[in-house]
Unconditional design. Structure first.
Length: 155
């Protein structure tokens, strides 16, 4: 399986990068994982234009990297780790060899992006810093593959 994480901006904190690198290393046993970092616009004065610009780049990236697309979105459906592991397995069974996960910019995402993705997933009703969300995402991705492959990581 090919997993792409399409996200806005770069991770600047060393400790977060170290955690991400650890999970990326562990994930090589299950999938080819790629991080696609897009430029952050971050214009405080024109937030709507920033969202539009960033989401336009995300949409272009999704069109180029065809596959099943899942937007991490605070207002979306929440699933348990076990439920999401089954969903990942089912996506593969349905013939999708690539899953594109999307983390939008700090101002959010456009309705256009929400409409074109195949699934929207919320990790929590809480708000997390975007850099930290990447680490949380990779930990959960490893957990989902661990559940599906009966490794002892998930308890």
């Amino acid at each position: 399986m090919n997993i792409n994480l399409v996200c806005i901006g770069k991770v600047k904190e060393k400790y977060i990068n170290e955690g991400i690198d650890e999970f990326l290393k562990r994930l090589t046993a299950f999938a080819k994982v790629r991080v696609i970092e897009l430029k952050e616009d971050g214009n405080d004065i024109q937030r709507e234009k920033s969202i539009e610009k960033e989401c336009s780049e995300i949409i272009k990236t999704l069109e180029k990297n065809k596959g099943y697309s899942i937007l991490l979105d605070i207002g979306a459906k929440q699933l348990s780790s076990e439920e999401m592991a089954r969903e990942i397995e089912n996506i593969g069974v349905r013939g999708n060899s690539t899953i594109n996960f999307v983390i939008g910019g700090s101002y959010g995402v456009s309705d256009e992006l929400r409409k074109i993705v195949d699934m929207r997933l919320s990790f929590s009703k809480m708000t997390f810093p975007h850099q930290l969300m990447r680490l949380i995402f990779f930990e959960q991705l490893y957990r989902w593959f661990g559940i599906n492959n009966n490794i002892k990581y998930h308890k």
